[in-house]
Design a protein around this ligand. Structure first.
Ligand SMILES: [Zn+2]
Length: 464
């Protein structure tokens, strides 16, 4: 078989790797959306390296938009084939792709409203119908069991411990008496995270291994102190009768926080206040996490058995209605509000920031990665004046950043995972900025004795 690199090469978004079997059949590993500035993102998401009709199967690693989000574009242009995913990923695809289609349609409408008379109208990248057509192609598979992708080609999922349903993938081809194996890590999580199991290494000895490299040049702080730090922030703020506003990604981070708050409550460390999750997508994602205990670690299974739910935080309420969301800002009583978007670029979190940022009693708690130029990054950098909805606002609220919640392995954790998954052939690094990738390549070769680590360019091919 042959692997051709297309997306997530020397960058972190748009995961897409093209496999061509010995019989000349095409299989995609992931089909992610490229996320970035509007024009560039649009161009990259509409650049198809081959006729979508030719694809015979898609194998997805997990339900983050940068791994699944461009699939409806391919479907809109003729892709009609089985799309494999774990059971939890298949469920999450439902909410993530429908939400993404809504954003695409809203975005096109917004651009058209503001266009000048000589400019052409913009079509959404894809629509709700394309998302629905994509969901019909999904075929859910359990972890660990080999399944046939095409005659002569089988695949197996192993838990990647990154988000619910996330998996590393092994592809195995049998052709003319020879057996070839390709490993793909997807995104790799960290050991000892709440709810999820630890990442399972892929079987060593593959003919080629593709690995993510998001934090290839960085270590994460230990997770052990994290709950203590969270407890201190909550206690301090509530004691001064303030509110804690937490921007968080709907899938993953929100559920981790709820779980952490439940644990604090059990330990008597969470003051009795309401905990609101104000994001329809986050509420749906939480519901899906509850429906997939097959993905839980031992502790989460125990809590489910004792409490009947993983998210048994007292005072927890899910807010979906816009009116209820607005009502949260009519009172000043202490509470915790978790809302999206995670980088404070859009969504309901902006309204909550607007209403709370000027009061020094409140705390804005940052728990996720904040890209450059976002409002979230400015908050991390402790800017004293920020712009929200075009208004200059003075920030008086305390801003606290907790970095330990990352869903990605740091450098040493990822290297340890790769040592257990050591391939017989080359190790290709994808899904990392060039700087991270180069640093990690160097680290793996010098410090961990990997003989052949490569950073591919778009369009590079490798024959297994
Ligand atoms: Zn991911």
């Amino acid at each position: 078989m042959k692997i051709r690199f297309h997306g997530a090469v020397r960058t972190v978004t748009g995961s897409l790797h093209i496999v061509e079997t010995a019989q000349g059949e095409i299989v995609l590993l992931d089909c992610g959306m490229f996320q970035g500035r509007r024009q560039e993102a649009r161009e990259r998401n509409e650049r198809f390296p081959l006729e979508p009709k030719r694809v015979k199967a898609v194998v997805l690693s997990h339900a983050h938009i940068d791994h699944i989000g461009n699939l409806p574009s391919w479907v809109a242009r003729g892709l009609r084939c089985p799309v494999y995913a774990t059971h939890a990923t298949a469920d999450l695809c439902g909410i993530m792709l429908r939400d993404s289609a809504k954003i695409q349609e809203y975005d096109a409408k917004h651009v058209n409203k503001n266009r000048r008379p000589h400019e052409r109208t913009v079509q959404p990248l894809y629509t709700a119908e394309h998302a629905e057509a994509t969901l019909k192609l999904l075929r859910a598979k359990p972890y660990h069991d080999w399944f046939e992708v095409l005659p002569g080609l089988r695949a197996r999922y192993q838990d990647a411990g990154h988000i619910l349903g996330s998996a590393g993938i092994t592809l195995e081809e049998r052709h003319n008496g020879s057996v070839k194996r390709l490993g793909f890590t997807g995104d790799v999580g960290r050991d000892q995270r709440v709810i999820l199991r630890d990442p399972e290494p892929l079987e060593a000895g593959a003919d080629v291994l593709l690995s993510e490299s998001t934090y290839g040049d960085r270590e994460h702080p230990p997770q052990a102190d994290l709950h203590e730090q969270l407890a201190q922030v909550l206690e301090r703020t509530i004691k001064r009768r303030g509110r804690v506003i937490i921007p968080a990604f709907a899938l993953g981070r929100t559920q981790t926080l709820l779980y952490a708050m439940y644990k604090l409550q059990q330990a008597g460390r969470l003051p009795k206040v309401p905990v609101y999750v104000d994001s329809p997508l986050a509420c749906m994602a939480t519901g899906i996490v509850e429906r997939h205990p097959e993905c839980y670690d031992g502790e989460a299974k125990e809590i489910l058995r004792d409490e009947g739910t993983l998210f048994a935080v007292q005072g927890y309420a899910c807010i979906t209605d816009v009116a209820d969301s607005k009502a949260l800002n009519e009172s000043r009583d202490p509470c915790v509000i978790v809302s999206a978007s995670g980088m404070c670029e859009a969504g309901r979190i902006l309204h909550h920031l607007l209403h709370h940022i000027e009061d020094e009693k409140n705390t804005i708690l940052i728990v996720g990665f904040q890209a450059e130029h976002t409002l979230g990054r400015k908050l991390v950098e402790q800017w004293e004046t920020v712009r929200i909805f075009g208004r200059r606002i003075e920030r008086r609220a305390e801003v606290v950043t907790l970095n330990g919640f990352s869903a990605h392995a740091g450098r040493s954790e990822l290297a340890a995972y790769l040592e257990k998954s050591r391939p017989a052939g080359p190790l290709f690094l994808v899904h990392g900025d060039e700087k991270q990738g180069l640093a990690f390549e160097d680290f793996l070769e010098r410090e961990r004795g990997f003989p052949d680590v490569r950073l591919p360019h778009e369009g590079d091919e490798w024959k297994v």
